[in-house]
Design a protein around this ligand. Structure first.
Ligand SMILES: [Zn+2]
Length: 204
């Protein structure tokens, strides 16, 4: 089975509780410390086996790290682990998931190879909002419920507001519409991508 390590939590001595995202499930497993243990780091893609236990969490075993071409790039790994942390907080209470989430990570891992990490994450987050039916394509202010004409302020989860109604990063309505319709952020300058990225970091 393959999965992404979403989170690890140390328990007594050197054992770990490991949260994994597989194509169909979020798995909470137990990893015993062993002499020949392979690296278990959040964000890693692994090949693994589970040994079911009737009394406790399934045991994670036969772990094999499936590396990315950019695994040793510290900056990319930093962005990746931040992204994975957001995934963990978003999915930690869930057991069964649509394969959309696993496939989204697969796509991002591929795109990380050649593209700017923040842009990859911004594009991926838009897909996630759209998939979950949470993307506000019509700009109605979440504070006053009136329509927004030109300057859209976005807050957490890309909720739109008027400049006078909420504090957040500002975007032109037409730029956002293009982004939302084409799932492509290439028309945004790095500064705007930075701002979108900061909103994402507030949480999915
Ligand atoms: Zn308003």
């Amino acid at each position: 089975m393959q999965g992404y390590i979403l989170h690890t939590q140390s328990v007594k001595d050197e054992d770990l509780i490991v949260y994994l995202l597989s194509p169909k499930k979020v798995i909470k497993s137990y990893r015993f410390y062993g002499m020949r243990h392979s690296n278990i780091l959040s964000g890693y893609k692994i090949d693994f086996e589970l040994e079911e236990s009737t009394r406790f969490l399934p045991r994670l075993k036969d772990v094999l790290h499936v590396g990315f071409s950019w695994t040793l790039d510290r900056e990319k790994m930093f962005f990746w682990q931040e992204f994975i942390r957001l995934f963990y907080w978003h999915l930690k209470e869930v057991e069964t998931v649509d394969s959309f989430y696993f496939e989204l990570l697969e796509e991002c891992a591929r795109r990380f190879e050649k593209q700017d990490c923040k842009r990859v994450i911004v594009d991926a987050y838009l897909k996630l909002l759209s998939f979950e039916g949470r993307l506000h394509q019509i700009f109605t202010c979440f504070v006053c419920d009136e329509s927004i004409q030109e300057d859209v302020v976005l807050v957490r989860a890309f909720l739109p507001a008027h400049r006078k109604c909420a504090f957040g990063y500002e975007f032109k309505a037409k730029d956002l519409s293009y982004f939302y319709n084409n799932f492509n952020s290439s028309h945004f300058s790095d500064e705007y991508i930075d701002n979108l990225y900061k909103i994402i970091k507030e949480g999915f």
